[in-house]
Design a protein around this ligand. Structure first.
Ligand SMILES: [Zn+2]
Length: 167
């Protein structure tokens, strides 16, 4: 199946022809088409994204993960400064008023070998550019990391809020 998919990646019809019983269809839960209310950029690292999403939802007062876009890649915001299609779309076309920017320490695949402090500084610098680029939004900036104790670790999340609309 995988070999066929890789060989005949051109069209779904070809895939269905080579799979005798056709593709397996899964039903997903129906989701209401909510208006886009927010935007959150984050590292793809499995350890931190649910923690970041939960905090962003609290801060942005969004009761569902389906009410905002996420934009994830290795390194999060400081490594994604040039990727503007998604945030531009959410801000300019969809009019989001709440935006989140983030990065994490404790070893990030987007910043191999870099210490937490360096990533944190890069996040702060990029976040300042984003605050200027999207001036009408309220911005939350998050840095997540692990604090390691003797035999246990604890995840901590540092949050900053920039509310330009209050100025
Ligand atoms: Zn990372």
């Amino acid at each position: 199946m995988l070999g066929a998919l890789l060989t005949f990646s051109g069209s779904l019809e070809v895939l269905m022809d080579v799979e005798p019983n056709g593709p397996i269809e899964h039903k997903c839960d129906y989701s209401e088409d909510y208006p886009v209310m927010g935007f959150l950029q984050l590292c793809a690292d499995r350890r931190f994204h649910s923690c970041l999403q939960n905090q962003f939802q609290k801060d942005a007062n969004l009761d569902s993960a389906q009410k905002y876009w996420i934009h994830a890649d290795a390194g999060g915001t400081p490594a994604m400064a040039h990727l503007t299609t998604a945030p531009d779309y959410c801000y300019h076309t969809k009019g989001v008023k709440v935006m989140g920017w983030s990065a994490h320490g404790d070893g990030c695949g987007g910043f191999p070998g870099q210490p937490d402090e360096r990533i944190r500084q890069a996040l702060a610098a990029t976040a300042q550019e984003k605050v200027k680029a999207y001036p009408k939004a309220t911005h939350f900036v998050y840095f997540a990391t692990m604090i390691k104790e003797a035999d246990a670790g604890e995840m901590v999340l540092y949050c900053m809020k920039y509310d330009k609309t209050a100025e």
